[in-house]
Design a protein around this ligand. Sequence first.
Ligand code: HEM
Ligand code: HEM
Length: 231
Amino acid sequence: MTTSSPRAVLVWDAPVRVFHWLLVASFAGAWLTAESERWRLVHVTLGYTVGGLLLFRLLWGLIGTPPARFANFVRGPQAAWRYLRSLTGPRPEHHTGHNPAGALAIVALLLLIGVTVATGWAAYSELGGEWLEEWHEGAANALLAVVVVHLLGVFVGSWVHRENLVRSMLTGRKKAVPDAGIRRAHGALAAVLLAAVLGFWWLQWQSAPAAGAAQSEGVSAARAKHHDEDD
Ligand code: HEM
Ligand code: HEM
């Protein structure tokens, strides 16, 4: 065993980081466009993006770099509780990758993303009644609640460990012994992920009906009807 002291080493590979920030942007966009019929296609596009990102992360959680693998960071509620209790003691447990409590939140986030996207898709495809829309909205609200818990966890963790976790999610680097780091960032795969998402957005943009055209069609149809009634 090497006796090396902690320094900033690469922990989060590039695909994990690109996944995370695309997820944040798409989730925020899906929320902002959720209510209006006018923005429905943007909402659905961002929702599908979230779904695609989920599939990517599930796969990467099986074959990715060690800190990205579920088997290496998902622990039971007992481990999470032990970690949380240690935060109030003199020696808070420090984990190089996700801590066990953060990991629980991540599992909840991924599950709720799955339910939100599936119910959104089913509602959009008119596979059920109004109940599906209500389930979709309920799942999205539950997801938002866990996001709030996630953010609280990130800020509390940063404060307790005197380590800026948000910056780590940007740079990939965390304080750890060099042996705990990863050797490859997998930048090429992250670039493919980013290109796939941008390509999907571009395709959706190209195939979308021109908003003006759709609207003016509606307006001229209404005008024609009005004229008919006048005659
Ligand atoms: C501006 C808002 C956000 C910030 C600053 C943020 C920050 C972070 C940080 C620092 C981590 C790493 C935690 C650690 O060190 O263990 C993380 C992980 C994660 N966050 Fe966020 N987060 C944000 C929003 C979101 C949202 C909206 C979602 C989901 C809808 C989300 C889902 C996740 C997931 C799934 C992970 C695990 C990353 C992985 O291993 O792939 N985050 N976040
Ligand atoms: C993270 C992903 C998503 C989030 C956070 C989200 C969030 C929401 C929310 C909060 C609403 C309720 C708006 C309201 O009426 O107040 C909504 C409505 C809707 N969403 Fe999503 N959504 C997501 C993904 C999707 C996907 C993937 C689809 C379809 C493929 C979709 C289709 C719809 C449709 C059709 C409605 C309108 C339902 C109705 O008429 O009440 N959503 N979404």
